[in-house]
Ligand binder design. Sequence first.
Ligand code: SF4
Ligand code: SF4
Length: 163
Amino acid sequence: MSNSEIDWDTEFADDPDYQAMSPQQRKKLLSVMEKMIDMGMAAVYGDEEDEVPDAKVDCAQCLPACQARCCTLIFALTKDEVAHGHIQHNPARPYFIARDEDGYCPHMDRQSFGCTIWEHRPLRCRRYDCRDDSMIWPEGVPVEFGSAFPGLKVSPKQTSEAS
Ligand code: SF4
Ligand code: SF4
């Protein structure tokens, strides 16, 4: 996932056919696919595995530093999530989650950084654990927030001056 465009390698991380392709084949496939999506001829659904537990992250503790950067990441909603109708998707890129001009999810409360559809939030949001994501923590999780991530041993070297 990235803040500005879809990271197809992540979207297809579990797809053996995609993984077996050469970089050139992937590029060609994605170019055709993106054109089809732009022309309204194709849509992409997210594919989430069954039985994956929710992430155990104490987000409330980290929000002053992370400012819910995970709510700027782009991913596709599952068929069930789209059918349920609680979650906005991008009409120009069906069925990727909607993002507002400021890059954040339209379901995020801009004052509190909280999720306004918590009970109905996507599986991807429920399961996302940001501890190893350099897009969220480029310098690693700051030591003062290490206890928000059970089992994480944070090295003093990972103290972030950017937060
Ligand atoms: S998952 Fe990580 S980036 Fe997202 S709100 Fe929680 S601590 Fe912040
Ligand atoms: S649905 Fe909620 S948790 Fe998921 S990106 Fe939007 S605001 Fe964040």
